[in-house]
Design a protein around this ligand. Structure first.
Ligand SMILES: Nc1ncnc2c1ncn2[C@@H]1O[C@H](COP(=O)(O)OP(=O)(O)OP(=O)(O)O)[C@@H](O)[C@H]1O
Length: 606
């Protein structure tokens, strides 16, 4: 049963998994219900209005029956009046019903929107303050779906499913009572057939949906073939594989037809069942009712009432299955959202004023016998007994083959992860003597792949210091050798970048990241050098900007091109998570069979 959506939620495109209704799943639902507490009064009034509008709704068939009876009983003058009066009463009932329904919908939507806004915000706040470990275990798509699909499902439930459930229960109880009042005999006859037929129709309907989903899946598979071949059309042509792809696609499409035909047979059967079974039974009830009219047991108006109430009751019974499924989906969604809300987050406040620097760093860093493995892969030791020191203002280069653990060291400095053994010291004090915000606020990173957010260049630079003035931003851009290229755009600093904006080159993006870091004015700087090389002019501009950035700060440079680190105060060479050489360029070049010397010579030859 498709229901119109009343709120702002996205239509849930994917089928959400259902959860069993258990004590635990209900407990989770109760946790989210707490978010509704501030709006409970409005919700209560919504429920009251729901009750009143449904009761008014239940009177409509009764008065319609009376209307017909007053027309058929006699054609006396007062009856005519009676018809008008009953019609007026009906209009009155409709008005009352409309009035209650309007406010019920308004209030339910308001409660759902406001409740969901709080849950959405809390979920998002939770997500952005979770540890990096959490993100390395989850896929972004999955987390995205919690914020969109799962929360929309919950929102839908507050606005529609829950109230529909209550409404159907009232309609069912009221409808059956009204049916009994009209004729107990006819009601018993109807109730002995209809519930079974409706149950069979639901069961059959579900079965058919399952089969048609299979056909849809197969169709999606064949669409993937089209997508793949079109994306790789040059490969298809170069290998003259048109014939191969044609066969692959034909086979896939034939499968679609096979499943669709299987579904068609059941679909046809379903129509036969509905026509013969359901409508046949309706004919039977009306036939029986008509005979009762003929024998004077009931009036035509009462038979009309009976038919209308039967429709209500049948509709309510049929709707329950879908509502139950929706309820299960909501419990599933609730479970996933609550699970996320219960995750441990990093001690970082989402109120910026609370994150101001309290303990200032000088810039000494020291790794003391650090052992580390990523919590998601505990069997692989990534850092083994790593020790080195960086004094305030020094340039330390970390060098080593791919996968040696260089970026991991950078992440440890940022305290994205904690070591399993050993100690990380800042200014000679253990890292946990400082708050996370104090440390991260005084470190800036220029990453390998610079991600620019959708927005203007100005906003992207200001990400290093929220609220920076235009002058500060321009000064940082000048220091980063970015000002000149920014000014070549007609809109200058207001030029939009990111997915929907101007595409900047690798070197330009790096200079924006450098400007961002300059604006942050950190004590410690981490440079994760880009692996892809820039052209020599771009390289010169970036290098110049980096020189400016590194002045008077402790810099940790993850170097891929060894030519850029000759001037480093210290070069730490790591291999398979172990420090194997430490020294400056000249020291390390003197080492026979040294890894640094080997790598240097390799790059020089290249
Ligand atoms: N989030 C993560 N979860 C699990 N393992 C990881 C994670 N990040 C990195 N690793 C693993 O840790 C090891 C060290 O990776 P790291 O990125 O520190 O190496 P690297 O020296 O910086 O390499 P490259 O020069 O290629 O960037 C690798 O084996 C890598 O597969």
């Amino acid at each position: 049963m498709a229901r119109a959506r009343l709120n702002s939620g996205n239509p849930t495109e994917q089928e959400l998994p259902k959860a069993k209704i258990t004590k635990d799943s209900l407990k989770n639902a109760a946790i989210l219900l707490k978010y509704m507490k501030p709006y409970r009064l409005k919700f209560g009034f919504g429920l009251l209005f729901l009750l009143l509008s449904t009761i008014a709704f239940l009177f409509i068939p009764k008065e319609m029956g009376s209307l017909i009876d007053s027309a058929t009983n006699s054609i006396k003058r007062e009856t005519l009046n009676n018809i008008n009066e009953i019609a007026l009463l009906l209009v009155g009932i409709l008005c009352v019903q409309a009035f209650f329904s309007f406010f019920r919908i308004l209030w339910f939507v308001e409660v759902a929107e406001k409740t969901l806004a709080s849950i959405r915000k809390d979920t998002y706040f939770k997500l952005i303050t979770l540890s990096m470990d959490f993100f390395s275990r989850r896929r972004v798509g999955e987390l995205n779906s919690r914020i969109s699909a799962d929360l929309s499902q919950i929102q839908d439930s507050i606005t529609t499913t829950f109230s529909e459930f209550l409404r159907q229960i009232i309609v069912l109880a009221g409808g059956v009572t009204a049916l009994c009042l009209v004729s107990l005999k006819l009601t018993l006859m109807m109730l002995s057939i209809f519930p079974f037929l409706i149950a069979a129709a639901i069961f059959f309907g579900r079965f058919i949906r399952k089969i048609s989903r299979k056909a849809q899946d197969k169709l999606a598979e064949s669409n993937i073939i089209v997508e793949e071949t079109l994306q790789g059309i040059s490969s298809v042509k170069a290998f003259v594989n048109e014939a191969y792809e044609a066969v692959r696609y034909s086979n896939s499409i034939d499968k679609v037809v096979k499943y669709a035909m299987r579904g068609a047979k059941y679909r046809g059967g379903f129509v036969v069942f509905i026509t013969m079974g359901l409508f046949g039974s309706i004919v039977a009830v009306i036939w029986y009712g008509s005979r009762m009219v003929q024998s004077g047991e009931i009036t035509v108006g009462q038979l009309t009432q009976f038919i209308l109430y039967s429709g209500f009751v049948g509709g309510a019974m049929g709707g329950f299955a879908e509502l139950y499924a929706q309820l299960q989906k909501t419990l599933g969604a609730t479970e996933r959202v609550v699970e996320l809300l219960k995750e441990h987050n990093e001690p970082i406040s989402i109120v910026s004023a609370e994150n101001s620097v309290k303990q200032h760093l000088k810039g000494d860093i020291s790794f003391n016998n650090i052992h580390f493995n990523y919590p998601s892969r505990p069997e692989i030791g990534v850092l083994n007994d790593v020790s080195f020191t960086a004094n305030a203002g020094e340039r330390i280069a970390i060098v080593g083959p791919s996968g040696a653990g260089k970026s991991t060291i950078a992440q440890m400095v940022l305290r994205f992860y904690e070591p399993q053994k050993g100690q990380l010291l800042y200014d000679g004090k253990p890292s946990n003597n400082y708050s996370l915000t104090d440390i991260r606020n005084q470190i800036a990173i220029v990453p390998q792949d610079v991600l620019l957010f959708g927005g203007s260049i100005k906003e992207n630079i200001a990400y290093g210091k929220i609220g920076a003035s235009d002058e500060e931003i321009i000064e940082a851009a000048k220091g980063a050798n970015a000002h000149n290229f920014i000014m070549t755009f007609p809109e200058g600093y207001d030029t939009l970048v990111g997915e929907r904006g101007v595409k900047l080159s690798g070197g330009q993006r790096q200079r924006i990241a450098i400007a961002r870091a300059l604006l942050k004015n950190p004590v410690i700087l981490i440079l994760d050098e880009a692996t892809s090389s820039l052209d020599s002019e771009s390289e010169r501009l970036v290098q110049e900007a980096l020189e400016e950035l590194m002045k008077n700060r402790t810099s940790i440079i993850i170097a891929h091109r060894l030519s850029t680190i000759r001037e480093a105060d210290k070069i730490v060479v790591i291999e398979k998570g172990k420090v194997i050489e430490v020294g400056n360029h000249n020291d390390l070049m003197l080492k026979d069979n040294g890894l640094y010397r080997y790598l240097s010579e390799l790059q020089f030859e290249a």
